[in-house]
Ligand binder design. Structure first.
Ligand code: TRP
Length: 332
């Protein structure tokens, strides 16, 4: 089986946007691939270094979300990045192969830097996180990396490092990897903003209770010009329809409702109640599973996963040390 690696920064609980964009495909991929899932606490620290507790608190939340959504620890290896020091060591080898100019040109990092308003005071850890991510990917010799579009520059930079390393040290020990862009796409926020996100406060979490889900659905952005039920309405940009597209099973019924809404005579409340039922049907089994997970179970999964992942990482770092010549056999 081919190996794949994905990861998340543990900065908050996961939401429906994560489900649509990546979790859903991971549940499928774990049957076809040897899947490694990294909880990237070290990477999360690069823009949260003043608040590490936010990260450590969320490690447990994230794995709880993984397991309750259907990621199966007997098929996927889930582990904590910081507990694999070999990744950090590999990062240091790689930093020699990357220039400041190249890092500053990474479009994803550029975007994030603007959002965070670092100005001239860019923390080096943050600027270099793509190099750390290159180490994440290559230490596991992952052939494919399932990610969203925004991560493409990371894979590109990873492969540049691989080629440079192999050329300079005259080896083939590192492998290039391929991005596997998910078909799920991105989920709009309940406010109609292009992306559901925790920081924008417009996401429905996998761990939200019934009451919260209902409140969020009733806040959803609809068609502002659809005032009377009899008014013709617009389906495009209507958040309830966007969610129904993903969570309503009966496509024919949904198409008929869209036609009806366009003609006029269909109210938003009816649509919202329908979505509420669909989301409850989706979330109820997730909640059941979540209730059955004790902290002990979760830490056992993380312990096993981290032990297994570390074995692979050690194999690669030993090859790397050997290739560079830092083995010093006479010391042993
Ligand atoms: N950068 C990814 C994100 O922000 C998280 C991540 C860390 C990752 N290491 C990775 C993704 C390795 C894929 C492979 O979501």
């Amino acid at each position: 089986m081919k190996r794949i690696l994905t990861g998340d920064r543990p900065t908050g609980p996961l939401h429906l946007g994560h489900y649509v964009g990546s979790l859903q495909s991971r549940v499928k991929l774990q049957r076809e691939y040897e899947q490694y899932i990294m909880i990237a606490d070290m990477q999360a620290l690069t823009d949260n270094f003043e608040n590490p507790q936010k990260i450590t608190d969320n490690v447990c939340e994230v794995i709880k979300d993984y397991i309750s959504i259907g990621i199966d620890p007997s098929q996927s290896t889930i582990f904590i990045q910081s507990q694999i020091p070999e990744i950090t060591e590999l990062t240091l080898y790689y930093l020699n192969l990357v220039t400041l100019g190249r890092l500053e040109r990474n479009p994803t990092v550029k975007n994030e830097m603007n959002q965070k308003g670092f100005g001239e005071s860019i923390p080096m850890g943050f600027l270099c996180y793509p190099v750390n991510q290159a180490a994440d990917i290559t230490i596991f010799k992952a052939e494919c990396v399932p990610v969203g579009e925004d991560q493409l520059p990371m894979i590109e930079q990873t492969n540049e490092i691989v080629r440079k390393f192999n050329r300079i040290y005259n080896t083939e020990c590192l492998k290039e990897s391929q991005a596997l862009i998910g078909k799920g796409g991105r989920l709009v926020g309940i406010d109609g903003q292009s992306k559901a996100s925790k920081s924008l406060g417009n996401a429905i979490f996998l761990s939200d209770d019934t009451k919260t889900v209902k409140e969020k659905i009733f806040q959803m952005y609809t068609d502002p010009n659809h005032i009377q039920i009899s008014d013709p309405g617009k389906v495009e940009g209507h958040v309830v329809f966007a969610y129904l597209d993903l969570f309503h099973q009966d496509t024919e019924e949904l198409n008929a409702l869209k036609e009806h809404y366009r003609r006029g005579g269909l109210g938003d409340v009816m649509l919202k109640n329908m979505l509420f039922k669909d989301l409850e049907d989706f979330l109820n089994p997730v909640r059941e599973k979540r209730k059955s997970l004790s902290n002990d179970i979760l830490w056992d999964i993380l312990r096993d996963g981290t032990t297994k992942a570390r074995k692979v990482a050690i194999e690669t770092i030993e090859e790397v040390r050997d290739v560079v010549g830092f083995t010093y056999k006479s010391l042993k």
